[in-house]
Design a protein around this ligand. Structure first.
Ligand code: F6P
Ligand code: MN
Length: 322
């Protein structure tokens, strides 16, 4: 698994993908994304923090950085020559490139997740979901690869092509080299990362959060999905939730751009991801902007959340003691 003269942990992303015998065009997509991230990280460090004057499909104000990151990736994908269809959280429609081609790949991505945190210098990320063929509107279990890039104190790329989860870190030459192979999650953990306003939680979610608190879990929530999931994955323990709320039955996070790729990665590491009632990767998308509630992380904690939600109608205190 290593190039002559190099230890396994100096191996770079492209060589790793070659040695693990990934398809050449899939390797292309992944490496183009990795290259795009080098320009994105540079823009984050030095670019304009102002608004773009436009809004996305969800009515959120777009920052100049959102628009720039989206353009950087779109251009790379277009020039790669291996893309059938492309969908970005920042645009409202699927962008056809070779829209019937079964041999090429289709990609859904969130170019700069958590971008509103850049002005307070917190971590943000890029999230990527990859399918073989032209169809982006299929359950997430059919993804052939998923990855995210975390722009934190260090820049890391976390990838799965269905053979476990591996972390690559950007070195001083801006190359990604392997830093962790086969990341695994424990069956339960003592970190919880709860999104959404707690006074809008339904009784099942409230009781689940009390269960986590009673078992001594620590709260870790940054407001950025990528760093929050990365913490749980790399520490191998914990659960992130952005549940259904009393005024938002589908929660906030987007199925195609955020939940499916993260669910694929977490499952590949031995964890689980659920809406509370259904496995995230089994959801049939209806629209590209579908959202869903999510409980994602250690499998026993996700199962516990499902259990509390099944008894949603039971009195809160009684359920909370279970
Ligand atoms: O893209 C959505 C997002 O910014 C995620 O990165 C993050 O997990 C979530 O929204 C935070 O939402 P809130 O501000 O409601 O906590
Ligand atoms: Mn996002």
């Amino acid at each position: 698994m290593s190039e002559p003269g190099k230890t396994k942990f100096q191996i770079d992303l492209r060589h790793y993908l070659r040695e693990t015998e990934e398809d050449r065009d899939l390797t292309r997509v992944i490496c183009e994304m990795a290259d795009a991230s080098k320009y994105i990280v540079n823009s984050i460090r030095t670019g304009d923090l102002g608004v773009a004057g436009t809004s996305n499909l969800y009515g959120e104000q777009q920052l100049a950085l959102d628009v720039l990151s989206d353009r950087i990736i779109r251009k790379r994908m277009l020039h790669s020559g291996v893309i059938a269809n492309l969908a970005s959280e920042e645009t409202s429609e699927i962008i056809p490139m070779d829209p019937e081609c079964e041999e090429k790949y289709s990609v859904a991505y969130d170019p700069l997740d958590g971008s509103s945190l850049v002005d307070v210098n917190l971590a943000v990320g890029t999230i990527v979901s990859i399918y073989k063929g032209p169809n982006l509107m299929q359950p997430g279990r059919n993804q052939v690869a998923a990855m995210y890039i975390l722009y934190g104190p260090r820049t890391t790329l976390v990838l799965s092509t269905g053979k476990g989860v591996h972390e690559f870190s950007m070195n001083q030459l801006m190359e990604y080299t392997l830093t962790r192979e086969n990341v695994r999650m424990e069956s339960s953990g003592k970190i919880y990362s709860p999104g959404g306003q707690r006074n809008l939680y339904t009784p099942g979610t409230e009781n689940f959060v009390r269960f986590m608190e009673e078992k001594g879990a620590k709260l870790r929530y940054s407001g950025g999905f990528v760093p929050d999931i990365n913490q749980i994955l790399m520490k191998g323990k914990g659960i992130f939730l952005y549940p259904h709320l009393q005024n938002a039955p589908q929660g906030k996070l987007r199925l195609l751009y955020e939940l499916n790729p993260m669910a694929f990665l977490v499952e590949q590491a031995g964890g689980a991801a659920s809406t509370g009632r259904q496995r995230i990767l089994d959801i049939e998308p209806k629209r590209i902007d579908d959202c869903a509630p999510v409980f994602i992380g250690c499998r026993n904690d996700v199962a516990k959340a499902e259990e509390y939600l099944r008894s949603e109608k039971a009195p809160m205190a009684a359920v909370g003691k279970a």
